[in-house]
Design a protein. Sequence first.
Length: 186
Amino acid sequence: MDPGPVYSGTTEPKEQASRAQRRVLGCGCTSARLGWRRLLLKAAQALFSFLAFVLEEIVDSCTQCGGLYFFEFISFLATFVSCSILTVYCTSAYEKVEKKRVQKLDLVTTPLVGGLFFLASVVFAATSDKTSVETAAIVFGFLASIAFVVDGIQMYMETRQKKEGKLENASATQITAENQPLNNPN
């Protein structure tokens, strides 16, 4: 059955729409799943934590190495977590897993990693030998921790707004149903 010319100008095949939506900068990252602000925050998390990890690896000697090792572990963990979550959001894996679980995992891990990264940056700053490479690693550590914490706060606020919206909609539905003429005995 041919749909005719009526629908040809107003509709777009589903395959073309989803392909166009997936294409941003040649990869699957779009603002449709995260929004531009969150997408940029996720990219900043990955970039800053990676730079902190690389710069920390360049450090060739230390007098108090405990802070350096702790920073090394946390910066690697942050790089791995941020790249993993960004990969899930930007690939077809997001469609294959439960979206609520990915979002819940993101909501829990992002502020946790941000807090640990901040702590590691403070410890490393306190125990470092104040070389330029260590200072640069610490700066990127603080930048990454800020990106993680800001993203965590933003996710929390969005989740809270969604819950409040659902509660308001539920109460509004109940009130309007009670005010219907069929439900009034008068």
